[in-house]
Ligand binder design. Structure first.
Ligand code: CA2
Length: 148
């Protein structure tokens, strides 16, 4: 089984500013955390980050036929991108949305998630641990619902 973990704009800047919201650890640590979560769940993974909406759409499309599920933190595109929502719907793979911060308790514009409309579950406000929860949830969901 293989998952693609996609991180959106500015997440590569983790650890530089706003540690009270996003934590002190950097993007390399997040990538390591995602890889260890997948290893723990017994799945292969690719961890990808881009600051560009079209590249994120391309990566979602590339997952079609090449991966079994998607974990995605679209970052600011969460709240704006119908293109990412449509790409998730187009590939039809089970996807889980993750946010480091609890977006439901932040500014009203962060309380809307287009990507989330195509996801089976959202984990928000758990920091890096949210990715671990997402990988575990997705693995269990696929084991339960995927046709043999
Ligand atoms: O909480 C999350 O994971 C977010 O997806 C993070 C995004 C934000 O736009 C979403 O509303 C919620 C921001 C990504 C990282 O932003 C940084 C800001 C300052 C320093 C480092 C990263």
């Amino acid at each position: 089984m293989k998952f693609v973990i996609i991180n959106g704009p500015n997440l590569n800047m983790l650890g530089t500013r706003e540690p009270e919201i996003y934590g002190k650890e950097d993007y390399a640590s997040l990538e390591a955390c995602c890889k260890s979560a997948c290893k723990e769940a017994g799945v292969l993974c690719e961890v990808y980050q881009s600051n560009h909406e079209g590249e994120i759409v391309d990566k979602i499309q590339e997952a079609y036929g090449n991966a079994d599920g998607i974990v995605i933190n679209p970052a600011a595109y969460t709240h704006t991108s119908i293109a990412i929502l449509d790409a998730l719907k187009a590939v039809g793979l089970p996807a889980v949305e993750v946010h480091l911060s609890d977006v439901s308790a932040r500014e009203p514009f962060r309380q809307v998630s287009y990507a989330g409309m195509a996801c089976i579950k959202t984990f928000a406000g758990y920091g890096f641990e949210g990715y671990r929860k997402a990988v575990k949830y997705l693995r269990e969901w696929i084991d339960t619902y995927k046709e043999i």
